[in-house]
Every structure is written in structure tokens, then in C-alpha cells.
Design a binder for this molecule. Structure first.
Ligand code: HEM
Length: 508
């Protein structure tokens, strides 16, 4: 290459520098206007900023209240809203069914690739539908209710440990108990037991072990924000040049202590390249599946799926239990009815020492309270996004072009008045007991839907059905600040703080 040919672009740059800056400044609004106006979505209502850029979404997640922003957006603009130049949010359960349904060709967007670990996707982060189906096929057995039932004795041990801790707090007159934190610790310790047969020790230590809850929250802030503009991930987490800046915690957070503990368990079980016999927890069952299918499932897949449980299963279950307790305790009439039902079952000798899943199914008001909590405050606060198939598709009876992003948010869907009633904004468990609730049940998306329906729902439901009535049965609770809303922010999951209660042990 001659010196002249190298100099020419440099020379051009130097002599046209100002013109180039000016062109760039013009390009931004021009691009904004182009995206706003020249688009098959141009006719859809929505915030001005959202129609020409992804800044509205970024800002919303950065502020931590996307769930409320989406509710307000649909209240203002109607059931179909343009959320970004190529993205539409839908408020109706009928639309959600179309978007999430199995076999309609909608697939997860690149939003999900911004969750760790980028080079070894798990069931949640794998966006290639073929690979996802394969991973899920092997995980369905380990996550089934039947498999989970076999792990109940370990779950009960964790439940007893929680009760031991709460007994201690209840014994001190006037002591404030941060029930939200204890439920969070419980969810982590149960997960350690059922996924890895490791007791993480949150309950034993009565604290966030190794700052794990905090670091998962930090990581999810990053995931949620960067996930709104996925190419940004290549600028930060996936950028090899930023290796030099690894001292910045959000660029290279060290794996939380519990992840290291779980890794220790994986290493222990692989001896001399062979799996050793261990408890049939999630990891153990996945390793067994790997041995029978070495050509289909790799070691890396096993590790990804088992570790995916920590990210996907801890905050989600904790958040749902916190919402349940917060809502029930905020509505005194509901709390009284629930107490009455559970104490009557206790008196009638219908409850075991540690309440079983089957016994909890016989508590209709409790079931109604649980469903109503998951309806009003689902644990996922961001929108679930899918790409419309290349040839386009009908969503709620209207055609949308291929390649655009279709989004649904449980906080919006679950407030659909035609489905849940005119008082859909109100916590009223009775709605589940007034006649046929099947249509409402079909329109609940707290666990997502279709081929990406939450794989951990059996575990979460088993855990919550056992521990929540157990707590109401054993203690009388009172909110320390009955008028104060529960503090929360949405990264992907709704992370909640401040569920402070007075707690008294019942005489039973
Ligand atoms: C009450 C507790 C839980 C709630 C509310 C919940 C909610 C959800 C939701 C809404 C999705 C769909 C996300 C989407 O499509 O964008 C999902 C997916 C998933 N959840 Fe859960 N989850 C809970 C507990 C768990 C647990 C305990 C685990 C594992 C131990 C788990 C593992 C997963 C996985 C792996 C996926 C991805 C499924 C797929 O794409 O096929 N979840 N969850």
C-alpha cells in the first residue's frame, strides 16, 4: 500500500472534520425521524421518545419501575403501544397467548443473551430454539413435580431452620423482624439443597452470604439495562479490550460465593472423568442424563442448566413469597379469613407437622391468596420479548410484520379488566372463589408461557405451598409500617425490600 493511499483518508478526515461532526449531529435526529415515521409501526401510539429510539426503554429499566411504567403506558395509550422503533407492547391475554404459544414461530429476542453466562447459555438464555428444546428435554425430568417431591425431606429441613430462626425473633418482645430477608434466605437455601445438595448457609448466618443477593441484583441491573440495547453487551461484558478494566465490578463481578460453593460440589462429583453417585438433586439427575446421552448433552450444558437455577429460581421465588405476605398482611380482612381457614384445618387435625403440598391444596382461601398475589405482583417486572416470525404473524387478530419485537408484561396482562373484573387493580382473593376461575387461570402469565414456560414452577409452587401456610399457622404477624408500600425495583425480577413485621408465636 502506498503512503499516498494511507494519507488520503486521513487527509480527507482532517480537512472535513467540522463537516463530518455536523453530519453526525444531523444524522441523529434524521435517524430518529426516519425510525419514527418510516416504519410499519408508525401508526401505533406511544411515547415520542420510544418511537424513534430505544432510550425510553433504557431509561425505564434504569429507573427500576418498568412494571409501573408499562401499566401507565397502556392506561394512557391503549392495549397496543409502540415501546421502541421495532417493538410493540400488548396488554391483552389473547395477544400474550399468540406471542408465547408453542409452534407459532415466535422466538426469544437477543435481550436474553445479555444474561450470564454469555458463552455457555442455559435454558433461560439460549435463544436458538433447537438448542433450547434439547436442553429443556433433559431438564424436564429433574424439574418435574415427582422429582421435586423426592427432595421434600431436604426442603423440610430448611423449613425447620427458618422456623427456628423466627421462633428466636418471636421470643423477644417488640423486636422487628425483616421477614422479606428471611424469606429470601430461605429461597436460596432451598435452592442449594434441591439443585446441589449444598446448604448455602443464608439462614444459619442470618445474612446475605458473601453479598450474594446484592451481587445477583447488581448483575441483573446490568442485564436488564443492557438487554434493552443488546449490542451494548459487546461494548461492555463481551468486549475483550475491556479486560484491562476488569477492576470495575460491573464489568467483571467475581462469581458470588454460593456459585463457588456449587462449583465445588460439581468438582467433587466428577472424579477421574466419571460421575460419582450422589443424591438425586437437579445436578445429579442432569449428570445421569449426560451419561446416557453423551452425544447430545455436554458437561458444559449440565453446568449451565444447574447454575441457571440460581439466577432464575432464587429472587423469583423470594419475590413471590414476599408479595404474598405483604399483600395478605396489608388487608386485615384477608389475613383474618386466611388465619381462620388454616387454624381450623389445624384444629381438625388436617395438617402435618410440616404442611404437605397435598394438604395445602385443601386450603381454598390460601390458594386464592397465592394466585391473587401472583396476579397482582408477578415476580417478573420487565417485559417478555419475542421476535415475530420472519413471514409476519397475527397477534390478537391483527397482522404484524416479521422481525419486530412483540412484548408482554405480566403486571399489565394481569390487570386486564375483561378477564379479571373491573376491580382488577385491587387485591381481592375472593375473585378466585366466585364460580368458574378457569378463564382467569388461563390468562395468568406469572410463569411465562408456551415453550418457555418456567421450568422451575413445580419447585417454586411446592416450596411456597409448604412454607407459607406453615408460617401463618405458627405465627401471628403484624406489619410494622402498615401504610408503607413495599420498596421494590425491577431489574428482570422484582426485587423487594422492607417487609418488616412484628411476629408472635401462636399457642397451638
Ligand atoms: C415463583 C417463582 C418463579 C417465578 C414467578 C418464575 C417466573 C418465570 C417466568 C415469567 C419465566 C419466563 C420468562 C420469559 O419467557 O421471559 C421463567 C422462565 C424460567 N424459569 Fe422461572 N420462575 C420462578 C421460579 C423458578 C425456579 C425455582 C427455577 C429453577 C430452579 C426457575 C427457572 C426458570 C428457567 C430455567 C426459565 C427459562 C425457561 C425457558 O425459557 O424455557 N424459575 N420463570
Amino acid at each position: 500500500m502506498s503512503t499516498l493511499s494511507l494519507l488520503t483518508p486521513l487527509h480527507f478526515l482532517k480537512s472535513n472534520f467540522l463537516a463530518l461532526i455536523f453530519a453526525f449531529i444531523l444524522w441523529i435526529p434524521a435517524r430518529f425521524l426516519y425510525r419514527r415515521l418510516v416504519s410499519p409501526l408508525a401508526h401505533l401510539p406511544g411515547p415520542l421518545l420510544a418511537s424513534g429510539s430505544r432510550v425510553w426503554k433504557l431509561w425505564s429499566v434504569y429507573n427500576g419501575h418498568t412494571e409501573t411504567d408499562h401499566i401507565n403506558l397502556h392506561a394512557k395509550y391503549g392495549p397496543v403501544v409502540r415501546l421502541a422503533p421495532d417493538e410493540v407492547s400488548f396488554a391483552s391475554p389473547a395477544a400474550a397467548k399468540d406471542i408465547l404459544a408453542v409452534g407459532k414461530g415466535f422466538r426469544k429476542t437477543d435481550f436474553y443473551t445479555c444474561f450470564p453466562i454469555p458463552d455457555n447459555p442455559d435454558i433461560f438464555t439460549e435463544i436458538d430454539e433447537g438448542k433450547h428444546a434439547l436442553l429443556k428435554r433433559f431438564a424436564v425430568g429433574p424439574y418435574s413435580l415427582a422429582s421435586m417431591m423426592k427432595l421434600v425431606p431436604f426442603m423440610d429441613e430448611v423449613g425447620r431452620e427458618l422456623i427456628g430462626k423466627l421462633d428466636g425473633i418471636a421470643g423477644v418482645e417488640g423486636r422487628v423482624c425483616d421477614l422479606g430477608d428471611w424469606l429470601h434466605y430461605f429461597a436460596f437455601d432451598v435452592l442449594g439443597e434441591v439443585a446441589f445438595s449444598v446448604r448455602f448457609g443464608f439462614l444459619a448466618q442470618g445474612k446475605d452470604v458473601g453479598g450474594c443477593i446484592k451481587s445477583i441484583d447488581d448483575i441483573q441491573w446490568y442485564d436488564g439495562i443492557v438487554g434493552q440495547v443488546p449490542p451494548l453487551d459487546y461494548l461492555f461484558r463481551r468486549n475483550p479490550l475491556l479486560g484491562l478494566l476488569r477492576f470495575l465490578p460491573f464489568l467483571a463481578p467475581s462469581p458470588p460465593l454460593i456459585v463457588q460453593m456449587a462449583f465445588g460440589e460439581v468438582e467433587k462429583r466428577i472424579q477421574g472423568g466419571k460421575y460419582v453417585d450422589a443424591r438425586k438433586d437437579i445436578l445429579g439427575q442432569l449428570m445421569e442424563a449426560r451419561e446416557g446421552n453423551p452425544d447430545k448433552l455436554t458437561d458444559a450444558n449440565v453446568v449451565a442448566v444447574a447454575f441457571g437455577a440460581i439466577g432464575a429460581g432464587s429472587d423469583s421465588t423470594a419475590s413471590t413469597m414476599q408479595s404474598f405476605m405483604y399483600l395478605v398482611l396489608s388487608y386485615q380482612d384477608v389475613y383474618k379469613k386466611l388465619e381462620t381457614e388454616i387454624l381450623a384445618a389445624e384444629k381438625a387435625g388436617q395438617l402435618s407437622d410440616m404442611i404437605t403440598y397435598a394438604e395445602a391444596q385443601q386450603l381454598p382461601y390460601f390458594q386464592a391468596c397465592l394466585k391473587e398475589s401472583m396476579r397482582l405482583r408477578p415476580a417478573v417486572g420487565l417485559d417478555m420479548q419475542r421476535f415475530v416470525p420472519a413471514d409476519g404473524a397475527q397477534i390478537d387478530g391483527v397482522y404484524y410484520p416479521g422481525g419486530i419485537r412483540a412484548s408482554v408484561n405480566g403486571w399489565v396482562l394481569h390487570r386486564h379488566q375483561e378477564t379479571f373484573g373491573k376491580d382488577a387493580d385491587v387485591f381481592r382473593p375472593e375473585r378466585w372463589l366466585e364460580g368458574d376461575d378457569r378463564e382467569m387461570a388461563r390468562c395468568m402469565f406469572q410463569f411465562g408461557g408456551g415453550s418457555h414456560l418456567c421450568i422451575g414452577r413445580n419447585l417454586a409452587l411446592l416450596e411456597m405451598n409448604k412454607i407459607l401456610p406453615q408460617l401463618i399457622r405458627r405465627y401471628h404477624f403484624e406489619l410494622v409500617y402498615p401504610e408503607r408500600p413495599l420498596k421494590h425495583h425491577s431489574t428482570f425480577f422484582v426485587v423487594q425490600k422492607g417487609l418488616e413485621v412484628y411476629i408472635r408465636k401462636r399457642e397451638i
